[in-house]
Ligand binder design. Structure first.
Ligand code: GRF
Length: 223
């Protein structure tokens, strides 16, 4: 599988969040500071009407919608509603910032290689819930976070970026989570920015940006 995704226009981002929304806040902060490249958060959606992320969006003047899956007969119907909102807002990139539901075929098909998730472990280690606890219990000396493209599996898509933190003696799940979260707040905006600024490709699972001046396969690099 190989693909190029050259972003030559502004990138309209939709954020899906289920809870606290600290990653959303970090992305919005980066946007205000001019550190999100040509990306702009244009809508926030949540499966949880009580998500703090919705308040954060509203406080920042960003349209925010909640759709509770239980109000829809099937996951397909639920995702079709999300897709309607995302299309209406001409969203190019979906960002999962603490979105606690699996993405189904409706959104996967509509946003192929255009959905990013952040996970609080160095994938492929410790996918799924309670990644920080899994890391502590396993006894690893280094932990971290991963931004990856979303596929049909659980935290299994191609990796775009990672940050590493040490596991310190005496760490609890809370202290390790906080150390990782600080890195998440830098990594996620930086990765979105990167995707708006550099052409990239996936070769198999392998993500790489393309240096347009020197890459022989790039049209601009070919004499
Ligand atoms: C983060 O740890 C993220 O890695 C995981 O869910 C948590 C969301 O936190 N996917 P927040 O809602 O962004 O504060």
């Amino acid at each position: 599988m190989e693909s190029d995704f050259h972003l030559k226009t502004d990138l309209r981002v939709g954020v899906l969040a289920s809870g606290r929304g600290s990653n959303l806040e970090a992305i919005l902060r980066a946007g205000k500071a001019g550190q999100l490249g040509r990306a702009e958060v244009c809508v926030v959606l949540s499966n949880n009407p009580a998500a703090r992320a919705l308040d954060t969006a509203e406080r920042n003047g960003i349209p925010a919608f909640a759709a509770a899956p239980k109000d829809y007969p099937t996951q397909t119907a639920y995702e079709t509603e999300l897709l309607r909102i995302l299309r209406e807002r001409r969203i190019d990139l979906l960002v999962l910032a603490g979105y606690m539901k699996l993405i189904g075929p409706v959104l996967l098909d509509a946003f192929s290689q255009k959905i990013l998730n952040i996970h609080p472990s160095l994938l492929p280690a410790f996918p799924g819930l309670n990644a920080q606890r899994q890391a502590l219990e396993y006894g690893v000396r280094f932990a971290g976070c991963t931004v990856h493209f979303v596929d049909a599996g659980i935290d299994s898509g191609p990796i775009v970026g990672q940050r590493i933190v040490p596991v310190l003696s005496g760490d609890t799940e809370d202290t390790l989570s906080a150390r990782i979260l600080a890195q998440e707040h830098e990594l996620f905006p930086a990765t979105i920015k990167l995707l708006t600024e550099r052409p990239w490709r996936l070769t198999g699972r392998r993500f790489e940006t393309i240096d347009e001046d020197s890459d022989p396969e790039s049209p601009r690099g070919t004499p």
